[in-house]
Design a protein around this ligand. Structure first.
Ligand code: LP5
Ligand code: MN
Length: 255
């Protein structure tokens, strides 16, 4: 298990799903980054930062207009505080080239974060959706380094088309899935708490923000789900982050 030690007030966010169609969400996220620079001691983004990520060259060679300001804000944030970018099921292709350019660091897919409040088991959360067999099959394929090398060898134009097709396939298949299948499986969560001995878990992905108290034997464990962000299509707007300092975890929202 990868271990990372971060002191002070650590902020966590995920599922911002930045893309060309969500300018209001992007503006809210940029305001959040400014706030993190001023008030946090470190910022960890736990995946699905982007709505789809088809390779670092997409952002570095000739970034689309909608991405330019976000890249600048990420560089500014990484100069002010430690910035960690984690993989989600949409942006698992973010790599070392991107984080090096930003001055950020790549968060290992599952890791133990040692904070002033104690150890935190960090992940995006999709790996706990073990009852979603179709998704786990997809995940095994696209996390395969050979498949990724093949995909990244294609033109940006062809990669964009494949990503759009995959998004369409996912949206249509999700219409027939139960909420239970698209949520984390209790058995997978219990197994993670048991295997790691860590009593606090933070993840995103499910878009079901909540604090869940779970009794594992004599241990009182907590699973915190980070909120997704949508300031463009959702009323009221959705968004927010988690702070963990020596006093413990707390959800926060932009005004
Ligand atoms: O993403 P969302 O919220 O709709 O649903 C997710 C799961 N779906 C996915 C698929 C992604 O949305 C696809 C977009 C990724 C774009 C970037 C990379 C493009 C390819 C990279 C190749 C190396 O994550 C969904 C879950 C749901 O969360 C809840 O947990 O149910 O899982 C599915 O829908 C499973 C489907 O069977 C997946 C359908 C996509 C198939 C496309 C295969 C493309 C392979 C390309 C190989 C070169
Ligand atoms: Mn996700």
């Amino acid at each position: 298990m990868n271990k990372i030690r971060l002191a002070g007030a650590v902020w966590f966010a995920s599922d911002i799903h930045l893309g060309p169609q969500t300018p209001a969400t992007r503006a809210a996220f940029h305001a959040f980054l400014d706030k993190a620079c001023a008030q946090a001691d470190a910022l960890i983004l736990c995946g699905d930062i982007f709505d789809a990520w088809i390779g670092d060259d997409f952002a570095l060679a000739a970034p689309p207009d909608w991405l330019i300001e976000t890249m600048r804000k990420f560089r500014q944030t990484a100069q002010a505080i430690p910035l960690w970018l984690g993989h989600g099921n949409r942006d698992f292709l973010m790599g070392a080239t991107l984080v090096d350019d930003l001055g950020a660091q790549l968060l290992p897919d599952t890791c133990c974060l040692q904070t002033d409040y104690g150890d935190v088991l960090l992940s995006h959360g999709d790996e706990y959706c073990t009852e979603d067999l179709a998704y786990q099959r997809f995940r095994r394929v696209v996390r395969n380094p050979r498949v990724q090398r093949l995909f990244l060898s294609l033109s940006l134009s062809l990669r964009s088309k494949i990503a759009a097709w995959a998004r369409g396939r996912s949206k249509s298949s999700n219409r027939y899935k139960t909420n239970r299948i698209m949520d984390v499986a209790p058995s997978a969560v219990e197994q993670a708490f048991t295997a790691t001995g860590i009593n606090l878990m933070v993840h995103g992905h499910t878009h079901r923000p909540a604090f869940h108290r779970i009794q594992i034997g004599t241990r009182a464990c907590t699973r915190i789900v980070l909120p997704d962000w949508d300031y463009d299509h959702s009323q009221p707007p959705r968004g927010g982050w988690l702070t963990i300092d020596r006093n413990g975890p707390e959800f926060c929202r932009l005004p």
